[in-house]
Design a protein around this ligand. Structure first.
Ligand SMILES: NC(=O)c1ccc[n+]([C@@H]2O[C@H](COP(=O)([O-])OP(=O)(O)OC[C@H]3O[C@@H](n4cnc5c(N)ncnc54)[C@H](OP(=O)(O)O)[C@@H]3O)[C@@H](O)[C@H]2O)c1
Length: 321
């Protein structure tokens, strides 16, 4: 284990969220002092809040995870706040970090939703700007992408240091299962578990099942973030993925098998598939960080299902308005 983090202070925005809790746990294990501001007290969409936090805590590093995030349904229902709040939070944190004397580096989280809708698979970082994202997640994806431009021009003009990571779809224990914000894996786990418990013979699934996704276990993503904060130099983004592409049909069939649901899957093609294919090329992260994902998909799903069954009240809590 590296001694780099021993005694360092790290501000983790969104540190009480799904990914944030795992990043905080890892930093703490490495000896860092992680500061976790909550949105109720420190709303980062408001001007001045990021500056106040940095002045109060004087961290050496920032891991900026705070965001409004959800699945296709949430992206379709809330495009305007998803665009504006994610853009504002990123803008405020990057500018505050630039002016804060204590801050050595800021880690920013992008998203695979920023990639063009149609781009060669696996997605390479060099294709990031080659087209408009898939429509349902474009407002979120573009707000996140703007943070890369902001960080790159600040690096060029002011020498600000940052890392920008682009993870694929995350999953794992601690994910959000409330239907208004859940992503595909928690949504499908909840459907299958509910169907087994209620004795239903079928479940409805959005789309055609042909779209594909690449799922990254939350602890694998947290490991990459902590490594990037310590080791990454340069201004180019790094993809984070597993090199394992799974169709939505395979995803739901695997979850159904693990949960013990053997009823019918009723596909609803009137609902969107979202981006047709997703798999990233994570070679750059492997070369620059020595990182690769290690959790096998079935094992990660089992851990997620077990966590959901043991923490149902927590898991299905509605999001903060
Ligand atoms: N989940 C994925 O599949 C995925 C994939 C790729 C990238 N990412 C990125 O990873 C990061 C973490 O995602 P996540 O899934 O862990 O999300 P999450 O569980 O929803 O956590 C996000 C956190 O952001 C904080 N937040 C929201 N609005 C805020 C505001 N106005 N001011 C301050 N804090 C605010 C919330 O803090 P409180 O709890 O205090 O309200 C929340 O805990 C995000 O940047 C996301 O874009 C996620």
């Amino acid at each position: 284990m590296s001694h780099f983090w021993s005694g360092r202070r790290v501000l983790v925005t969104g540190g009480a969220g799904f990914l944030g809790r795992r990043v905080v746990a890892r930093l703490t294990d490495h000896g860092a002092d992680a500061i976790v501001p909550r949105s109720a007290d420190h709303d980062l969409t408001r001007p001045g809040v990021a500056e106040e936090l940095l002045a109060e805590h004087a961290p050496s590093h920032i891991v900026h995870l705070a965001a409004r995030v959800g699945g296709i349904g949430y992206n379709q229902a809330e495009p305007a706040p998803l665009y504006l709040s994610n853009l504002l939070m990123g803008t405020h944190v990057i500018e505050a970090a630039r002016h804060a004397p204590s801050v050595e580096k800021t880690v920013l989280l992008g998203t695979v939703c920023s990639y063009p809708k149609f781009t060669p698979v696996p997605f390479n970082e060099d294709s990031f700007w080659d087209g408009y994202p898939e429509e349902t997640n474009a407002p979120y994806g573009i707000a996140k992408k703007a943070q890369l431009v902001h960080a790159q021009v600040n690096a060029e003009q002011y020498g600000q240091r940052f890392s920008y990571l682009i993870p694929t779809n995350l999953y794992g224990p601690g994910d959000k299962f409330h239907p208004s914000v859940s992503h595909v894996i928690p949504a499908l786990i909840a459907k299958c578990v509910d169907a087994v418990e209620a004795g239903h013979e079928s479940i409805d699934v959005w789309g055609t099942g042909t779209a594909s996704r690449e799922y990254l276990y939350v602890d694998d993503a947290a490991a990459a973030i902590v490594l990037a904060a310590e080791l990454h130099e340069g201004t180019q983004p790094l993809n984070l993925g597993t090199n394992h592409e799974v169709t939505i049909r395979e995803t739901v069939e695997t979850i159904a098998r693990l949960v013990g649901f053997d009823g019918e899957l009723r596909w609803d093609p009137t609902k969107p598939d979202g981006q047709p294919r997703r798999r990233v090329d994570a070679t750059r992260a492997e070369q620059q960080l020595g990182w690769h994902a290690s959790m096998p998909f079935d094992d990660g799903l089992r851990a997620t299902i077990d966590w959901y069954l043991a923490n149902r009240e927590d898991a299905t809590r509605p999001p903060t308005p």
